[in-house]
Ligand binder design. Structure first.
Ligand SMILES: [Zn+2]
Length: 431
């Protein structure tokens, strides 16, 4: 089968309504394809006279790689003008969003591809820029522009949510003092979809987001999942008063672990007068202490007991360790009523005056959050999926070497963990 050479070039380039003018002198590793968009003579927007060609200019666009070479698409653009001198409209060019949106440096197909590589598959901007043979900013701008347009177009992304979880993430350390900037993520706790990210970890930011939702959407949320933090509790109190609040087990166990750590460091300081050194018995057992009891083999258990005997004269760290294990056991109780009774007794016991201050503090917190903690046994709505989302976001942050702009961080997080409908990407053009 024979195809005429002109048609063959068009097939190879694969863009609609263009003429392939030629291929520039070869540079190693880089292919420069010169094309012109097919345009029918436009009429003047002011006086409707048929336009004249004023001049032609070449614009270089970054296209997808081909034949193991990076590709520059050199587009010959016609500038049109009005032949009537008195009209005064000046010159104009016609837009070809099928080739590239106005002002973009990537072709439309390269922009979409870059957005999916970085946004969906979590590749780094630098890696994709390298594959396209262009600079970092060109790719990053495209990822954000196409990503934002995709999220805007995807009106069905957020469906019915039965269990909503709020969780905080450190989004960047900024400036000379490495000031921490936080964000709050909203996650569907049943399926682990990231719904959105807002700046800050106060009660207001997620409250404003919830306020912007449809009231019927809010009304369907039965479970409001959170860590043991006051601000998110306030958010749920005001915005979702009908929902049952649930303290996420991960954070409850984590709190017990950090109280144990606090206790170990204090005892260390009191007995030896300095912070943990490599050789100190308590410092050496810090990991063993945090490990779950059933994961310690006999050797680990013996080592732990030995180190505690050596470094914990009053047995305070041992108390804190037992308290942590007792908190963990709460989540092995399947029956909600038994769990409630167990928690009530545990919270009371831990506040006993003979226990170290860290254990008593843990007891008070358990009492204060009692209803939210035992609600888990009825809802089984955990922040587990939220934690999984957190890990996805951490991956995005690692790949991005930290974000400076919250907007970029939000879009990248939603592209990676928010489950947008990627089928829409082929239909969208950024503004
Ligand atoms: Zn005119």
């Amino acid at each position: 089968m024979e195809i005429d050479p002109t048609r063959m070039c068009e097939l190879l380039v694969g863009l609609p309504d263009i003429d392939v003018v030629g291929v520039a002198d070869p540079t190693p590793g880089r292919l420069v394809v010169v094309v012109a968009a097919r345009e029918t003579r436009p009429v003047c927007g002011r006086c409707s006279t048929a336009g004249w060609v004023k001049d032609r200019r070449e614009v270089d666009l970054v296209d997808l790689p081909a034949f193991d070479q990076t590709v520059t698409l050199r587009v010959v653009r016609t500038r049109w003008c009005c032949p009537r001198l008195r009209c005064g409209i000046g010159s104009w060019t016609l837009e070809h969003p099928g080739i590239a949106p106005a002002g973009h440096r990537l072709t439309t197909r390269a922009g979409r591809w870059a957005c999916e590589q970085v946004g969906r598959w979590g590749r780094s901007v630098a890696e994709v820029a390298d594959a396209l043979g262009c600079d970092w900013h060109t790719v990053n701008d495209a990822v954000i522009a196409y990503g934002e347009a995709l999220l805007d177009a995807d009106g069905d992304r957020i469906g019915v949510v039965r269990a909503l979880s709020l969780d905080e993430t450190l989004f960047v350390r900024e400036g000379r003092w490495r000031t921490q900037r936080w964000s709050t993520q909203m996650v569907d706790a049943r399926n682990g979809q990231l719904l959105d990210v807002v700046a800050g970890r106060t009660a207001d930011a997620p409250a404003r987001w919830l306020e912007a939702r449809d009231p019927t959407w809010r009304a369907r949320i039965q479970w409001a999942v959170m860590d043991l933090s006051g601000p998110y509790r306030a958010t749920f109190d005001t915005m979702l008063p009908h929902a049952t609040q649930v303290a996420d087990p991960f954070h409850v166990v984590k709190l017990a672990g950090s109280k144990l750590d606090e206790c170990r460091r204090r005892v260390q300081n009191e007995t030896l007068g300095h912070r943990g050194h490599k050789a100190d018995p308590l410092y050496r057992c810090r990991r063993l202490l945090l490990a779950a009891e059933e994961r310690l083999d006999r050797k680990g258990d013996a080592k732990l007991q030995g180190l505690l005997r050596a470094g914990d004269p009053k047995g305070e760290v041992a108390y804190a360790w037992h308290a942590k294990e007792a908190v963990r056991f709460l989540y092995d109780i399947p029956n909600p009523d038994f769990a409630t009774r167990y928690l009530d007794e545990l919270a009371k016991d831990l506040q006993d005056r003979e226990f170290p201050p860290e254990v008593r503090s843990l007891g008070r917190t358990l009492k204060r959050w009692r209803n939210q903690i035992v609600a888990w046994h009825r809802s089984r709505a955990t922040n587990g999926p939220a934690e999984a989302v957190n890990n996805l976001i951490k991956r995005v942050k690692r790949v991005a070497f930290g974000f400076r702009k919250f907007r970029h961080y939000r879009i990248r997080s939603l592209l990676y963990a928010g489950r947008p409908n990627w089928d829409l990407l082929a239909t969208i053009t950024p503004r």
